[in-house]
Structures are given as structure tokens and as C-alpha cells.
Design a protein. Structure first.
Lengths: 233, 279
């Protein structure tokens, strides 16, 4: 049985309940310890580093973190705050000072800034005691978006889509000439010169999502994009 | 339901396959299985694109679909717990799942199974990670052939993992029972109805913990113990199928077949979420 061996190979797939390590080690993400055993809590790829063990989840919901840039939609407007769906467990909120950078006036109309159904790129500035996510659209690259193609992938695969120091996403942008904004919550906003180019990005991102756990992906993706471009010509 | 141990009269009524005198070697079950043999089992994960996680199971002639949503905001809000998530299960049998059409309205039996499933799955889920949230498990029985609650638990635990909900272990379930004074595993519809006893068991194979144990009918203490061990063996077999179902979705071969060649160091590994690069 697998659980009798001390551990798995690096980057091997594990399932909740698998003993990924026996003995003393720091437990990283998606693992838990029970006495001397470290178990996986999610389906994913186990990674061993010298001082800890963690599992990169293959499917996981979005857990908000302060500093994340996310793409959300306004679902409701309350007194002095917008309620925004970012695909997390609860709705996020954004107050007026986080949306407009000027003094508050009584005649201020919130729907002028963001109306229900509007999409925006926002940054998580805080998560309060009740775990409510507080967003802001003040900052470079943030704010209301009025055009583009919105798609969704598993949030745990976003790092793969970005690649090392953005190598993957920059390559996609270079090859297609589209503007691509990535939210850490798994939503991706694509706007390009024409529909064809946008769909090219969608296809590529879908492919990356499906093959996120394989290696040599950046090169293969580049090849794939070139093929798509050849075909469209 | 509760049949006296087999008399000549009941033996005469039995179908041809089982009309032989119950001898240990020649005795066969209604469908020709041996006492410790499971029905053909097939599980597929991630079958519903609109659910956060899903699974489809075929256990014998049972056909069951399971969808998982969440963790998401609880509605109505007053049902939410401030310290942990609430796992909600809804077991439902389609009107066409059994031979005389069944009313689609939830019955007492549906309510019981929903509750039983919830308590079977709860110990495996890290509910405390998601305070004030709800995790919803929807079970739809498309075709029923005995042991639907066990099959539903099997599907639900695969669907929960597929939804990316943190779990301590998978939950595998399988029934044991007694027919013709024989202890058998994974009862089919006929055995379920005509048997002397029936005992569904859910089990967490890696942690070695039983999360569901129900019993109907009559068994001696010794038989009960034997039955429980048989059920646990059955659950372990189910577990292997669940495991394969989850892995298959990602098309990953065991590294034994494909040694580390596939994982060269040149490739950037999954890295911690760096400041993302939206332009």
C-alpha cells in the first residue's frame, strides 16, 4: 500500500487522506498533520521542499488573500458600499473611499461610478474579522472595465497561467496582441483587436488549464499558439 | 421483511439458480456472485460543468448523479453556523428510477437518507475551514437497484474532492447483509428485499474509521462482526475505484509506469502566486 511508504515522488498526484510524509516536517498548504503523519487534504500534486511538504491543488475554490488582484461583478449596492461577487465564499464589499479619489459630497451618485452588473478589476485591500473581503479600485490597472471577453478557470491554476515571472502570460500577450488581465480568483479578462484573436487566447488558456500539471508547458503553448495563428491566416 | 431462517417452504419459492441446498461451495447468489464480490462499479468525476464538483456512479444497475456546490454563502442566513460550514445533503430519487413510478416529492425515506449521508460525510470534511458557509451535496438517483445510499455516499465523496473541498479522507460505503444464513457483501435489490438482514457501512479507508453503521433485520453478534469486516473489505475495494476515478480526470499515469523522465528540472515548477501580470 502507498501509505506504508514514507512518501510519494515529487509532483505525484495525491488524494485526500494520502499520507504524504511520515515524520517531522512543516506542513504546507493543503496538508494536515495528525501526530507523525502528514496527510493531503485536496486532490493535487505533492511537492517536497527541504523544510516542508505541500500539495498544489488541482481543483480548489478561491480563498481571498490581501493583495490579490481580482475580477468581480457588482451584484448589489448598499448604503455607501458595493457588494461584489468575486467567486469566493461570500460577497466582497467596497466602500466609496475605495472607489473614488475625491472628497465625498452629498449629491454623490454611486451608480455613476459602478452600477449593478458592472465588471471591474479590483485589489483586495483588507479582510476583516468576519472574513469580509474589502476591495479597492484605486490604483494602476484597476477599475471599471467596459469591454472584453471574460472567462473562468480553476483559481489554483492561475500561477501556471502566469508562469515564472509572467513568462507564460507575457508570451500569450506577445503572440496574440491581446490585452489580458488575470484575477487571482480565476477570472480572466481578454480584450484584443478582433474576436478571432480573443478566441485564440481563450483556447490557449483552456489548454493551459487542462494541462496545468504537465511539464514543458510554456514551449508547448507557444507551439500551439503558432499553429492557431497559421490556421487563421 | 423479517424472514425466519430458511424453511423448506421458502426454499421452494426461490429461483432456480439458488434452489440448490445451501452448501458452502455450491451456493451462489441470485446474480451469480460470490459472497465477497462487489457488483461492477464505475465512477466518473467532474461530469457536470455547472457544479463546483460532481460525480457519476454506476454500482450494479444503480445509476446516480451527484453535484456539489460550495463552500458558498448560506441561505437562509440564520441556518449558518458561526464557527463552521454546514454540510447539506439532498437525496432524491427520480420518478423513473424504480419500476412502479415514484412520486417526485421528497419522502420520509429520502429525508432519512439525506440525513444519514450528511452524518456519514461530515467527519471527512474540514468544515471548520469555512465558517458561516454551506456546502451543498445534491444526489439524484436515476436508476435504483438496492444499496443506493451506499452508492450515493461513494459518489458524493468523489464529488466533494472534485469540488476542491478540503477533506481528511474519502468515504467509501458498501452494504453487507444476510440471506439464506449467509453473510454477503454489496446487496442487490433482490437480496435487499428478500434477505434476512441488511447493514450499510461507510468507512474512511485511510483513517480506518467507520462513519455510518445502520442495520435492519436479524444477525447474531458473531455474524455482525463478520459482516462488519466483510463490509470494510468491500469499502476498501470501492476506495480503489474512487481513487482511480479522481486520478483519471487529470489523465495522470502512476509514475511507476512513466518514471521521472516526465518531470525534468528544466520546467518551472508550480510557483507561489507571484504578483500577477495583468497589463
Amino acid at each position: 500500500m502507498l501509505n506504508m511508504s514514507a512518501n510519494f515522488q515529487d509532483r505525484e498526484i495525491v488524494i485526500p487522506g494520502d499520507v504524504v510524509y511520515e515524520g517531522k516536517i512543516r506542513t504546507g498548504e493543503n496538508t494536515y498533520r495528525d501526530q507523525d503523519h502528514v496527510y493531503a487534504t485536496r486532490l493535487g500534486l505533492v511537492n517536497y521542499s527541504p523544510d516542508n511538504v505541500y500539495v498544489v491543488a488541482l481543483s480548489a475554490g478561491y480563498t481571498p488573500l490581501v493583495g490579490d488582484v481580482v475580477i468581480g461583478q457588482v451584484v448589489d449596492i448598499d448604503l455607501g458600499e458595493w457588494k461584489i461577487d468575486i467567486g469566493a465564499q461570500d460577497l466582497a464589499v467596497m466602500g466609496i473611499p475605495d472607489a473614488v479619489d475625491r472628497p465625498f459630497r452629498t449629491e454623490f451618485n454611486m451608480t455613476r461610478v459602478l452600477n449593478i452588473g458592472d465588471t471591474m478589476i479590483a485589489k483586495i485591500v483588507d479582510i476583516d474579522r468576519r472574513r469580509t473581503v474589502i476591495l479597492s479600485i484605486l490604483g494602476q490597472g484597476l477599475g471599471w472595465v467596459n469591454e472584453g471577453f471574460l472567462m473562468h478557470i480553476t483559481p489554483s491554476k492561475i500561477p501556471r497561467l502566469i508562469g515564472k515571472k509572467g513568462s507564460m502570460i507575457n508570451m500569450i500577450i506577445r503572440e496574440t496582441g491581446c490585452r489580458v488581465a488575470i484575477g487571482q480568483n480565476g477570472r480572466i479578462l481578454i480584450s484584443g483587436p478582433n474576436r478571432e484573436r480573443e478566441e485564440m487566447v481563450v483556447k490557449t488558456v483552456t489548454k493551459i488549464e487542462q494541462e496545468a500539471h504537465t511539464s514543458g508547458l510554456t514551449n508547448r503553448t507557444q507551439e500551439y499558439l503558432r499553429q492557431l495563428k497559421e490556421r487563421s491566416r | 421483511m423479517s424472514k425466519k431462517p430458511t424453511t423448506k417452504k421458502t426454499a421452494a419459492r426461490k429461483p432456480a439458480a439458488r434452489s440448490k441446498k445451501p452448501k458452502v461451495d455450491s451456493w451462489k447468489r441470485a446474480d451469480g456472485r460470490s459472497f465477497d464480490e462487489l457488483r461492477p462499479l464505475k465512477i466518473e468525476s467532474g461530469v457536470l460543468p455547472n457544479a463546483d464538483g460532481s460525480a457519476y456512479i454506476e454500482m450494479g444497475r444503480n445509476k446516480i448523479l451527484c453535484g456539489v456546490f460550495g463552500p458558498r454563502e448560506m441561505h437562509p442566513k440564520h441556518n449558518a453556523k458561526p464557527n463552521e460550514a454546514v454540510l447539506r445533503c439532498r437525496y432524491h430519487m427520480a420518478p423513473f428510477s424504480v419500476d412502479p413510478r415514484r412520486s417526485p416529492a421528497p419522502s420520509r425515506r429520502d429525508q432519512e437518507i439525506s440525513m444519514v449521508m450528511r452524518s456519514a460525510l461530515e467527519p471527512a470534511v474540514f468544515l471548520d475551514r469555512y465558517p458561516r458557509a454551506s456546502i451543498d451535496v445534491y444526489i439524484e438517483v436515476l436508476e435504483a437497484d438496492g444499496g443506493t445510499r451506499c452508492a450515493s455516499i461513494n459518489a458524493a465523496s468523489v464529488a466533494l474532492v472534485d469540488a476542491g473541498i478540503p477533506m481528511k479522507d474519502l468515504v467509501a460505503a458498501c452494504a453487507v447483509g444476510k440471506i439464506d444464513d449467509k453473510i454477503i457483501v454489496d446487496l442487490g435489490d433482490y437480496e435487499d428485499k428478500k434477505g434476512q438482514s441488511d447493514m450499510p457501512v461507510a468507512y474512511m479507508p485511510k483513517l480506518g474509521k467507520v462513519t455510518l453503521l445502520q442495520m435492519d433485520g436479524i444477525m447474531t453478534a458473531e455474524e455482525n462482526e463478520r459482516a462488519l469486516n466483510l463490509a470494510i473489505d468491500g469499502c476498501k475495494k470501492v476506495y480503489e475505484v474512487q481513487r482511480e476515478a479522481l486520478k483519471k480526470k487529470y489523465g495522470i499515469d502512476q509514475p511507476q509506469d512513466k518514471p521521472p523522465k516526465e518531470f525534468p528540472p528544466e520546467e518551472p515548477t508550480e510557483e507561489p502566486p507571484v504578483e500577477e501580470g495583468h497589463q
